[in-house]
Design a protein around this ligand. Structure first.
Ligand code: 9WO
Length: 241
């Protein structure tokens, strides 16, 4: 019923952060979802509360200890998938977001330093997920991204109008251009068809515009779209500019 998120981190103060505001924040207050931030350091066992150590084989930096991480994760283990946010992970897609949002929730492990001991990934069968091809100073901002994407899909978080929009992204296209008043601004006018009130023509224009922008900017998404669509359903001609 209630979607449960737990974040395992050395910086629990980073949560809920931006997710305490706006749509996600209101849903949190209403109990649509819960968020717990588990401090990894609370599971350290030595006098100095050590969570990291030097890498075997040498090299710069520190690696997070498997024993401390395993204890932290064990305190949260239930029916939820456990994910590790890392640039090495499988790229996060809307399909993955839909799968996670439709389950009981997530346990998210955020690394720091040079990363975590490989053995805890294997023993806890962590699903490794990336939110983009860049290196952060830790997994926490990536966890916020993943949670934002999931929470907006939970039943009752968004209005009916916005929920229908999600259907349009599931078509695999980028968004069409948006316009609002004034109809002319700095010498730039709004495409006539959008002022026409012809709903079918507006829908056709938007579909065509979404296809063009996808084709130009994201050849990877465009190829997947063409492969998934019956040829007749594509508004853009195969060789169109
Ligand atoms: C550090 C580093 C230093 C030299 C060469 C390569 C390197 N990679 C890393 C690295 O991946 N550090 C990580 C920092 C360790 C785990 C947490 N950190 C992290 C997660 N950075 N970026 C992410 C992340 C997570 C999800 N999607 C995109 C980025």
């Amino acid at each position: 019923m209630t979607w449960r998120a737990s974040v395992v981190t050395l910086f629990p103060e980073m949560f809920p952060g931006p997710l305490g505001l706006s749509l996600a924040g209101r849903a949190l207050e209403r109990g649509v979802w819960t968020l717990g931030a588990e401090n990894i350091r609370a599971h350290a066992t030595d006098r100095h509360r050590t969570v990291d150590d030097t890498p075997f084989g040498g090299g710069a930096g520190m690696v997070m200890r498997p024993d401390v991480l395993d204890t932290a994760l064990g305190a949260l283990a239930d029916d939820r998938p456990m994910l590790y946010l890392t640039p090495r992970g499988r790229p996060l897609t809307q399909a993955t977001v839909r799968r996670l949002a439709s389950g009981p929730g997530v346990v998210l492990l955020c690394g720091r330093y040079e990363g975590i001991d490989q053995r805890v990934i294997e023993s806890r069968q962590l699903e490794e997920v990336s939110v983009g091809d860049y290196v952060l100073s830790g997994g926490e901002p990536a966890a916020l991204v993943l949670l934002d994407a999931c929470v907006r899909l939970l039943p009752g978080v968004m209005g009916a109008a916005e929920s229908a929009d999600e259907e349009s992204f599931s078509s695999g296209l980028l968004e069409y251009p948006h316009y609002t008043r004034p109809a002319e601004w700095q010498g730039r006018s709004v495409p006539d068809v959008l002022l026409s009130g012809h709903h079918a023509e507006v829908a056709a224009w938007r579909r065509r515009a979404a296809e063009q922008i996808t084709r130009e900017r994201r050849p990877d998404l465009w190829a997947a779209y063409l492969a998934a669509m019956p040829a007749g359903a594509v508004a853009t001609a195969p060789g169109a500019p």
